[in-house]
Design a protein around this ligand. Structure first.
Ligand code: AKG
Ligand code: FE2
Length: 313
């Protein structure tokens, strides 16, 4: 494939004193907002996730994917694309396991019990610690976005309106030497995505001028991607980019996504402060689960923007 690499902004969240109202906070905040308006995406370095946890999250992910298919299928979710997803004809290389509320210890335990009735403490501890520790990065970025938009009065409501979904993802290697689609072009439906991958690249971003570019993240960094729900809440101020995964070569790609997700029953409503003559309302108030259900219908899969079709003004 002739696609070029993109040099996404690299933003450092590892400063000891990255606290609201400090100079460093304000500097990082302006980098975040600029990157999200332009790309809806950036690379984040966040040293607070220890090396052993970065290693063990991939080890436990592999261990989980090596379970028999019947076992993996036990993780059933009523929400589209939340439980076990795999064996799809359109993306035969792709397999993923969604774990709701993975940051909450008893929820992580309940999930582990489904796959390992006899228990698997190291799996449970790893997914829980990884989600909890990385949720700090999600919260920092979202605080910075809310401040950048001057929406401090909505801060608590916004921060309390989400929970977390962890998705362990595996891509098989293609059968022949050609490049294959690992995951088709899509926007993420949720608030914010934090991706972490092994050394096998493949993620591509569609830029605003409609070119597919390779995201080859610097080892150890996280890729941040804005989802439809935050694009809607900010009245389109920040971009939710299309991205996809192309797979080539003979090594398996593993990636881990942590998604902040609007809570069930919560209505996403654009704050009135963001609506004016220059910025008319783009999306009607809506509930995430209802949008998600539409998104995975035939119509929702085929239209150019499921969000616009579902709740566009
Ligand atoms: O594997 C990846 O890096 C991309 C995964 C992704 O885009 C998603 O889960 O929404
Ligand atoms: Fe995605």
């Amino acid at each position: 494939m002739g696609s070029k690499n993109i040099n996404l902004p690299k933003i450092n969240f590892s400063h000891e004193d990255l606290k609201p109202d400090t100079l460093v906070w304000n500097q990082v905040k302006s980098q975040v907002y600029k990157a999200l308006v332009e790309y809806g995406c950036f690379e984040a370095s966040f040293d607070k996730i220890p090396i052993h946890l970065r290693k063990s999250i991939f080890e436990v992910s592999q261990e989980m994917f090596d379970l028999p298919l019947q076992t993996k299928l036990k993780n059933i979710s009523t929400k589209p694309f939340h439980g076990y997803v795999g064996q799809h004809q359109s993306v035969p290389l792709y397999e993923s396991m969604g774990i709701d509320d993975s940051n909450i210890p008893h929820k992580a335990e309940k999930f582990t019990q489904i796959l390992w009735p006899q228990g698997n403490p190291s799996f449970c501890k790893t997914i829980q610690s990884y989600s909890e520790q990385l949720s700090e990065l999600d919260q920092t970025i979202r605080r910075m976005i809310v401040e950048s938009l001057g929406l401090e009065k909505y801060m608590d409501e916004h921060m309390n309106s989400t929970n977390y979904l962890l998705r362990l993802i595996k891509y098989k290697t293609p059968q022949n030497s050609e490049t294959e689609m690992g995951l088709r072009a899509h926007t993420d439906t949720k608030i914010l995505t934090i991706l972490y991958q092994n050394h096998v690249n493949g993620l591509q971003l569609l830029t605003k001028d409609k070119q597919w570019k390779n995201i080859n993240p610097t080892a150890g960094t996280f890729t941040i991607i804005i989802g439809d729900s935050l694009h809607a809440w900010t009245n389109g101020r920040i971009h939710a980019p299309y991205h996809r995964v192309l797979i080539r070569g003979n090594e398996r790609r593993y990636s881990i996504g942590l998604f902040s997700t609007p809570k069930d029953g919560y209505t996403i409503t654009t704050p009135k402060e963001l609506i004016n003559e220059d910025h008319p309302l783009l999306f009607k108030p809506h509930k995430h689960l209802e949008f998600l259900t539409f998104r995975y219908t035939e119509e929702g899969m085929q239209c150019e923007s499921a969000l616009k079709t579902y709740c566009g003004v």
